[in-house]
Design a protein around this ligand. Structure first.
Ligand SMILES: Nc1ncnc2c1ncn2[C@@H]1O[C@H](COP(=O)(O)OP(=O)(O)OP(=O)(O)O)[C@@H](O)[C@H]1O
Ligand SMILES: [Mg+2]
Length: 376
């Protein structure tokens, strides 16, 4: 039987745990044309949820054309325009009259669309355009989408990436274009919480209060436990609650890590899934990842590495520069701790999350935290 615990791209509703509330809100928002901002820690399941939503739109045959754009790899307005136009070219059926319309729209942009002879997927090349032309192109593309005879849902994943573009007016540009659209709903998704909040809830910025927020949290313990138990049982494997609780605690219910531990456990299981088997799986995962983890040490200064270990051992820390924490882990003076902390946050090794109004810090990678905790 195929492993039901996936930790790669979304496959099906059946292998996807819960998120029903969030799904319903997204559907309601889409149908009522309310734009949404979806924020969560890395690997919590944002992209999975978007695909779950698209799946639901397809199975329920809702009158919506969902389009997914991942802009993680884009570095400039030009890249954004290319990515969006390539995506549009991909979702538009090749033989329809819409293609003609689309080609007309982008002809003025001097692009070359070629269809890959093997995969038949379209490739788009835009010849050089000035910034003004690129802005124009973006507006035309989105207006083209908006003019389809079906409401469009445009999900833009890793949206905070626009903050890394050299152009400074992207937010204003996008906001202005979006305000002219009548038929398109947006789902902005991102994991850089600070940036996403600044884009959407800082009154100085163009997107201020233009969307509804969904903060994707961890899946509830009992709900995830049921899901795990059911999938083992369907494969003829028995579990006990001690084993499942261990899985959920050891991975801190952080979706990707929980999925991966379940995946490895499933591979090793023969009939019973008990705590010994789960511990063995956890150990195997850490051994596999250890090569990567050991390299982090080379990437970091001594101070950063020590701080990483200290936070890993504590799990969650709010007072990183406090005397007590510093003394306990021999971290030195507050200003160098602050610098190390900023570097670790910047390198995406540490996550910053407000809990009850206080900033708290945890390792972004649960397995790295477990590995550091047991090796240092
Ligand atoms: N509700 C769920 N049930 C089962 N598996 C899930 C669920 N949500 C996400 N996953 C799986 O967990 C992994 C991480 O999820 P996903 O890639 O969606 O996270 P993300 O928040 O988009 O991460 P990133 O910030 O790195 O882009 C994926 O393999 C995904 O298939
Ligand atoms: Mg993602």
């Amino acid at each position: 039987m195929e492993n039901p615990f996936i930790f790669r791209a979304y496959e099906s509703k059946h292998l996807f745990c819960d998120r029903e509330k969030e799904l319903q809100r997204l559907i309601t928002n889409t149908l009522s044309r309310a734009d949404t901002t979806l924020i969560a820690q890395r690997r919590m399941g944002k992209t999975g949820l978007i695909h779950r939503l698209f799946d639901e739109i397809a199975t329920k045959q809702l009158p919506i054309l969902p389009i997914y754009v991942d802009i993680f790899a884009t570095r400039s307005l030009e890249d954004l325009v290319k990515t969006i136009s390539t995506t549009i070219a991909r979702v538009i059926p090749q033989k329809s009259s819409v293609v003609k319309q689309f080609t007309k729209v982008i002809k003025s942009l001097r692009p070359i669309i070629t269809y890959d002879p093997i995969s038949a997927s379209p490739q788009l090349q835009l010849t050089f355009q000035s910034e003004a032309e690129q802005q124009q192109t973006l507006a035309e593309l989105l207006k083209f989408l908006d003019s389809q005879n079906i409401p469009v849902l445009l999900a833009i994943d890793e949206f905070q990436q626009i903050r890394n573009y050299p152009e400074t007016n992207i937010e204003a540009l996008l906001r202005t274009i979006i305000q002219t659209l009548n038929n398109t709903t947006f789902l902005f998704c991102g994991s850089k919480r600070h940036m996403m909040l600044d884009i959407f809830s800082n009154e100085r910025n163009p997107f201020y209060r233009s969307t509804e927020f969904i903060h994707l949290q961890k899946i509830e313990h009992d709900v995830y436990a049921d899901f795990i138990e059911r999938h083992f049982r369907n494969a003829g494997l028995t579990t006990d609650s001690e084993a499942i609780d261990f899985i959920l605690n050891w991975t801190e219910r952080h979706t990707y890590f929980t999925q991966r531990l379940c995946h490895t456990t499933f591979n090793l299981a023969t009939n019973k899934v008990n705590i010994d088997l789960v511990k063995l799986s956890a150990h195997q995962i850490l051994q596999t990842d250890a090569m990567v983890f050991a390299q982090y040490q080379q990437m970091l200064t001594h101070g950063q590495w020590n701080l990483l270990i200290a936070i890993a051992k504590e799990g969650t820390v709010s007072q990183v520069t406090s005397q007590q924490f510093s003394r306990k882990h021999r971290l030195g003076n507050p200003s160098s701790i602050s610098r190390s902390l900023a570097a670790l946050v910047n390198k995406n090794l540490i996550d910053e999350n407000p809990i009850e109004g206080k900033n708290t810090y945890t390792l972004n990678d649960v397995f790295l935290a477990r590995w550091l905790g047991s090796n240092y």
